[in-house]
Design a protein around this ligand. Structure first.
Ligand SMILES: NC(=O)c1ccc[n+]([C@@H]2O[C@H](COP(=O)([O-])OP(=O)(O)OC[C@H]3O[C@@H](n4cnc5c(N)ncnc54)[C@H](OP(=O)(O)O)[C@@H]3O)[C@@H](O)[C@H]2O)c1
Length: 303
């Protein structure tokens, strides 16, 4: 029986790496995985994980694929020896954290290019063949940051919101082609993501005013707490990708955690956005001192 051919972007670390190894070592032996990465010199961790999970050598192949380079995407596609990809996982992504004014224009462009234009480059390369074959699955690594705005993540959220529009639009169109599009909406996951933030943690903070810097340090405290308490392991998230790609009729969205759904519901229940903005502000900055303009008094005013 033909194996399911899966191509995954961004497999040098994190979710992509764990998903590639999980599928390639699946006891069913029913997957052939092309684990792609920007720089093949970074495949050591993937190889080590594959070895320790006992992946059969013919189940996992690495390919160079930089989502910022259309030629590299085309070259990777040409090296898929089966001549088809049954499941395309658009996972490569970059974070950007900090005040807008602390980010360089090149860091902003890089994140938008990887997360949005990069995903588009990959989709445009593989979609025509899926349409011709009238079969295929596309799974995109989404984020709760693509469904709700978060302070100091404006550019990252903008990029992940863009993926929501892209995937939802394609899902509607592709139904008659038998192609399913799913987003795996991740909450915090323990990966190298924070270490690989474009421009480092926060960017050039000296370009931000003192009050914004103070809010940013409070945001970091909040975020570290959320991460400590809520972060999932990439192995756990990888299982959700399996659920999506094995479902007879996959959903558009799969959520790695239910922790943030109440906030998400506020966005739907109050389309004006007032309730969400107030609740998110409170969730992140509620430990502000009472004499701070956005502290307890400010919040009481908002209510
Ligand atoms: N970790 C979280 O808390 C979290 C939460 C929600 C969503 N996500 C999403 O999950 C996805 C995977 O991230 P992760 O958490 O696993 O972090 P990660 O370990 O940093 O993985 C990101 C992967 O994307 C790759 N990448 C970056 N630029 C690329 C490019 N131009 N071409 C090809 N690959 C590129 C990275 O490769 P290099 O090392 O070569 O740069 C790396 O392999 C991302 O889309 C991210 O937005 C993560």
């Amino acid at each position: 029986m033909d194996r399911t051919v899966v191509l995954i972007t961004g497999c040098s670390s994190g979710i992509g790496l764990h998903l590639a190894v999980r599928l390639a070592s699946d006891p069913s032996r029913s997957f052939k995985v092309y684990a792609t990465m920007r720089d093949l010199a970074a495949q050591g961790q993937l190889r080590e994980a594959a070895r320790s999970r006992g992946c059969p050598p013919d189940a996992l192949e690495t390919l160079q694929l930089d989502v910022r380079d259309a030629n590299s995407v085309a070259a990777a596609r040409a090296r898929v020896s089966e001549g088809r990809v049954d499941v395309l996982v658009c996972n490569a992504g970059r974070g950007l954290l900090g005040p807008l004014e602390a980010q360089t224009a090149s860091a902003v462009s890089a994140v938008l290019d990887v997360n949005v234009a990069g995903t588009l480059r990959v989709l445009r390369a593989f979609l025509p063949d899926m349409k011709r074959r009238r079969a295929g699955r596309i799974v995109v690594t989404g984020s709760m940051g693509g469904l709700m705005g978060m302070p100091f993540n404006a550019v990252y959220c903008a990029s992940k919101f863009a993926l929501e529009g892209l995937c939802e639009s394609l899902a509607v169109l592709l139904l008659p082609f038998g192609i399913h599009v799913s987003l795996v909406e991740c909450g915090p996951v323990r990966t190298a993501f924070q270490e690989k933030l474009e421009g480092g943690p926060g960017g050039a903070l000296e370009h931000a005013d003192a009050e914004t810097r103070e809010l940013f340090s409070r945001y970091l405290c909040h975020w570290e707490g959320v991460f400590r308490e809520e972060a999932q392991d990439p192995e756990e998230v990888a299982e959700l990708f399996l659920t999506a790609l094995r479902a007879p009729r996959p959903a558009l969205r799969y959520f790695s955690t239910e922790r943030f759904l109440p906030l998400l519901r506020l966005r739907v229940d109050d389309p004006s956005g007032r309730a969400y903005v107030a609740a998110m502000h409170q969730a992140v900055f509620s430990h502000l001192p009472a004499d701070h303009p956005d502290g307890a008094q400010g919040k009481a005013g908002a209510r």
